[in-house]
Design a protein around this ligand. Structure first.
Ligand SMILES: Nc1ncnc2c1ncn2[C@@H]1O[C@H](COP(=O)(O)OP(=O)(O)OP(=O)(O)O)[C@@H](O)[C@H]1O
Ligand SMILES: [Mg+2]
Length: 240
């Protein structure tokens, strides 16, 4: 990204709260989050277990509705969309890889990775071909036809990750994408994400505990007890 360009927010969260439950048993998990995530960048979210990182990603992805505050994603106020419109918006624009990989057990690795393309109406042959190319980049060539039950945790994670990227979404959201990967494979995944994020109309948000990948973040937002308490930024180049 041109360092002189004024960055544009792909995601803008203002005063976002999320409360689970009602009354005395309710828990306020997000307590007024303010965060801008910019196009052309990787934003990392770090913080202790239980601080609200996954909840924040779910709200940014529109999988959970905020209790209060504003959630703007790719210029769209998510609260203004009906549930059906939210599904279509997500399917078209977002790619997620969550902590649980949620692969479909009856589909092969390639078919799982191709799901977003199939949902978008791409013909099966083309979808499977594109999925296989992406799995190649993730070192999964030998596992195209394996069912999830026959894949290791790290292999399942890479399939879930391929599924998040296959349809070239404007916003990629990944929760601990390297948690089951060795250093070398984690590096491969981050290089792929870096190449994707060097685009003026794409943004990446990653939650991580993995300090091996901190150097890939243009911004690192630290979450603590339901708020973002500070953000650091630095310039990344493709070779850094
Ligand atoms: N559906 C829910 N109902 C009630 N409480 C919830 C729900 N989802 C999350 N929480 C609570 O919200 C808090 C934050 O959870 P969250 O999963 O966002 O944390 P996290 O930062 O992602 O943690 P980790 O690093 O362990 O993945 C936790 O105390 C959790 O118990
Ligand atoms: Mg989490």
């Amino acid at each position: 990204m041109n360092s002189l360009a004024v960055p544009t927010a792909a995601v803008s969260l203002q005063g976002v709260t999320k409360e689970f439950g009602k009354g005395e048993s309710s828990t306020l998990v997000l307590r007024g989050v303010n965060l801008d995530v910019y196009y052309g960048e990787i934003t990392l979210i770090v913080g202790q277990s239980g601080s609200g990182k996954t909840t924040l990603l779910s709200v940014a992805a529109g999988l959970l509705n905020a209790t209060s505050g504003t959630v703007m994603v790719l210029g769209q106020d998510l609260a203004a969309l009906s549930p059906k419109e939210q599904v279509l918006f997500r399917r078209k624009n977002l790619g997620f890889a969550f902590q649980q990989f949620n692969l479909l057990p009856a589909l092969t690795a390639c078919e799982n990775a191709a799901v977003p393309l199939l949902a978008a109406g791409v013909n099966r042959h083309e979808a499977i071909h594109r999925a296989s190319l992406l799995l190649d980049r993730l070192g999964m060539t030998h596992r195209y036809n394996a069912l999830p039950s026959k894949l290791s945790g790290g292999e399942q994670q890479r399939v879930a990750f391929a599924r998040a990227l296959i349809h070239e979404p404007h916003l990629v959201i990944a929760d601990e994408p390297t948690s089951s990967l060795d250093s070398q494979t984690g590096q491969l995944v981050m290089e792929l994400l870096t190449s994707i994020s060097f685009s003026p109309n794409r943004a990446v948000i990653i939650v991580t505990h993995d300090d091996r990948i901190f150097r890939f973040g243009n911004r690192i937002a630290t979450m603590s007890d339901g708020i973002i308490d500070h953000i650091t930024s630095h310039t990344i180049t493709p070779s850094s």
